[in-house]
Ligand binder design. Structure first.
Ligand code: E4P
Length: 217
């Protein structure tokens, strides 16, 4: 499963990229606003840090203007992935861009039928929002299971990008189901490394090692 960071904070992206485990980045207009940075500038800087796809979202609602915005965004770098909302105009834009060889991430997916439409429109990625689904009394992971089943039934190549990830159990369940990608805030990715028994084990080994009086170097 690929790991994307869901953030526009450059320090966090550099930090995660240094682990060698970061496969891409997703941003959205809210994350850009939170960063306080210029959209084009920060997207260019993220694309220079990460080799994999960097999602940059259009804000127009109509197909013609989405295409114009996508044209500007895709000139930023070769690894820009154009993010479009799951609407009729968004999917028209998705089809036009993917037919032309541009990566597209269809975002704000909340049903398996919507994911089916995104795959038929040739999306590179579909982003079902599991956390927001949970917030509304539904099980977000059920949505991922349904999409996996449907995509496998028809051998769709669209990658399931689990979004709106809030905690490590979302990551675990995504991997169990066989999602292709998950995007999470940096703090959730960092939490994946932690286990109290790992820390306790290191303490014990170091204590016993010190008692030997030896050194490796
Ligand atoms: C996905 O690409 C979105 O940027 C993101 O995962 C939304 O997450 P949120 O529901 O925590 O805002």
């Amino acid at each position: 499963m690929k790991f994307f960071a869901d953030t526009a904070e450059l320090d966090d992206i550099r930090d995660l990229a240094a682990t060698g485990l970061l496969d891409g980045v997703t941003t959205n207009p809210s994350l850009i606003a939170k960063s306080g940075r210029d959209f084009m500038e920060v997207t260019r800087e993220i694309c220079a840090i990460v080799d994999g796809p960097v999602s940059a979202e259009v804000v127009a609602l109509d197909h013609a203007t989405m295409m114009k915005e996508a044209e500007v965004l895709r000139r930023i770098a070769d690894n820009v992935c154009i993010k479009v909302p799951l609407t009729v105009d968004g999917l028209k834009t998705c089809k036009a861009l993917t037919d032309d060889g541009t990566m597209v991430n269809v975002t704000l997916c909340f049903s398996a039928n919507q994911a089916l439409l995104a795959a038929k429109a040739g999306a590179t990625f579909v982003s079902p929002f599991v956390g927001r689904h949970d917030d509304n009394g539904m099980d977000g992971m059920d949505l991922i299971r349904d999409i996996r089943l449907i995509y496998d039934n028809y051998a769709f190549e669209t990658e399931i990008l689990v979004a709106s990830v809030r905690h490590v159990v979302h990551v675990l369940e995504s991997a169990r189901i066989g999602a292709d990608v998950m995007t999470a805030p940096p703090k959730v990715i960092h939490a994946l490394f932690n286990h109290v028994l790992t820390d306790k084990g290191i303490d014990g080994f170091l204590k016993d090692w010190a008692s030997t009086g030896q050194s490796i170097l």
